[in-house]
Design a protein around this ligand. Structure first.
Ligand SMILES: [Zn+2]
Length: 92
């Protein structure tokens, strides 16, 4: 009688252990998945940002030179100013 109760307790504990192990495994897996997703999102945003910068043209108010937003200052006169002119749809 006592041995069967002990067996039941051991069974319950082992079941609990398995559940806890599975839960922690699932948690680790989902966490790594989330991290991967976040990394992908960041990569995507980086690419989008790059494209967006390439699309935008800036006009220098001093010498009217038009240049991309990748450059912080006018390549002609060196004026550090930004004025968004128009976004261009990439043809490639
Ligand atoms: Zn300029």
């Amino acid at each position: 009688m006592t041995s069967s109760i002990a067996g039941e307790i051991i069974l319950i504990f082992s079941v609990m252990f398995v559940i806890i192990t599975l839960a922690s495994l699932w948690f680790v897996l989902s966490a790594s998945k989330m991290k991967h997703k976040k990394e992908l999102q960041e990569k995507k945003m980086d690419i989008l940002d790059k494209h967006f910068n390439e699309m935008i043209r800036i006009e220098c108010p001093y010498c009217k030179t038009i240049y991309t937003a990748n450059v912080n200052e006018c390549p002609n006169c060196g004026a550090n100013t930004k004025k968004i002119l128009f976004p261009e749809i990439p043809t490639t």
